[in-house]
Design a protein around this ligand. Structure first.
Ligand code: 13P
Ligand code: SF4
Length: 365
């Protein structure tokens, strides 16, 4: 594919990296993936959902991949669950369901297909596997990690328990299965405050996102103690930058994800999960909006909301961007890379994830 993407230059240094040259050569033997204006025109209904952000020549490049993936999905009885940070050609072209972390976890409990292809990062695929041990869960690139998930281990959770005896551990879903298994309950950005408030103890341990924890603490009556992890995408935003932007564009609505620092959240007109942000923009339809989160968010909703002018400052998640159409096709073609979770760990992690899902449903989230 001609698309601008990561190169394979350091493959010799890290054999775990996917060999894109071999993948491309192998795919070319099985599928006609040459750019096609005719196919692009035939698939105009899909393109109409992204034509404000994807140029026509790019769509002619993507269309053969989208057609091949959608055909293969049926043949393999697979479903694609995609996070809101996927690029528009994935989000609108091949995803069967899109959502935030909580919605993806709930959807994973409902799918009937044998195979789940998780277009998102590794902890999301692991969550799907934990909830569906009998299904095949694939991730198009095992290297799609997350700075938060990498910041803590199960030992870290035990350290926190030793420091704050008796306090329950609420772990963000952006964690490994081992960390979930060591926790009492999980949370996501859409239910963190309610989950913390529902704990019986006056002190609650939150891992691993220090900023999500501080943002929750600012609205909760609980004493929240936290691990000092952070998201490399959201920690880059500063309140000073937002104030400067607002001075130049006073009508802009600033909408931030709660992984941002508390002073960034304080500068915002609304804070919510990725789907919470999308819903807010849909319902308020501001003339100008700045989404203080990952870049694909604004691109994915630009066509649905032509009346909204999206301000461009955004930060890209290098992990989410490891997922491409080419790798999704390869994943379905070869049924790799399969996500596995140790059975004992999975049982305990499932309890923490299900406790969150049950409580969220009970609280109407
Ligand atoms: P959401 O649950 O809000 O989709 O957040 C996931 C995430 O990784 C944001 O960086
Ligand atoms: Fe992790 Fe941040 Fe990327 Fe979300 S945006 S997957 S929290 S690194």
């Amino acid at each position: 594919m001609f698309q601008c993407m990561e190169t394979t230059a350091d493959k010799s240094e890290d054999p775990s990296l996917l060999d894109l040259v071999s993948i491309r050569a192998s795919l070319a033997e099985h599928y006609d993936l040459a750019p096609s204006v005719e196919l692009a025109e035939q698939m105009r209904d899909i393109y109409d959902r992204m034509d404000r952000v994807v140029p026509e020549p790019d769509w002619a490049i993507y269309a053969p991949y989208v057609a091949a993936i959608n055909k293969l999905k049926k043949e393999k009885n697979a479903v694609i669950l995609a996070h809101n940070y996927m690029t528009p050609e994935i989000y609108h072209g091949v995803a069967d369901f899109v959502g935030d972390s909580l919605q993806l976890a709930i959807k994973a409990t409902e799918v009937e297909e044998d195979v789940i292809v998780q277009c998102g990062v590794h902890f999301m695929a692991e969550t799907s596997k934990i909830l569906n041990p009998s299904k095949t869960v694939l991730i198009p690139d095992m290297e799609a990690g997350c700075s938060l998930a990498e910041s803590i281990t199960a030992e870290g959770v035990e350290e926190m328990r030793a420091k704050y005896p008796g306090a329950p551990v609420v772990s963000y879903v952006n964690t490994t299965a081992e960390v979930k298994a060591a926790s009492d309950i999980c949370c996501t950005s859409s239910n963190a405050l309610q989950i913390v408030n529902a704990m019986e103890s006056d002190t609650v341990i939150m891992t691993p996102d220090q900023y999500l924890a501080q943002n929750v603490a600012n609205e909760s009556h609980k004493k929240v103690v936290f691990w000092e992890g952070s998201c490399i995408v959201h920690e880059l935003y500063t309140a000073a930058d937002l104030r400067a932007y607002r001075e130049m564009h006073p009508d802009t609505k600033i909408i931030a994800h709660p992984e941002c620092t508390p002073d960034v959240v304080a500068e915002s007109d609304f804070t919510g999960s990725t789907s919470g942000i999308i819903d807010w923009v849909h319902s308020h339809k501001p003339k100008e909006a700045m989404l203080v989160t990952e870049c694909s968010m604004a691109s994915n909703i630009a066509d649905e909301l032509p009346e909204v002018e999206f301000a461009k400052p955004c930060n890209m998640c290098p992990y989410m961007k490891k997922i491409t159409l080419e790798k999704i096709l390869w994943s379905l073609h070869t049924m790799t890379e399969e996500v596995e979770v140790d059975a004992d760990v999975a049982v305990k992690a499932k309890q923490a994830v299900e406790a969150m899902i049950d409580l969220s449903k009970k609280l109407g989230i």
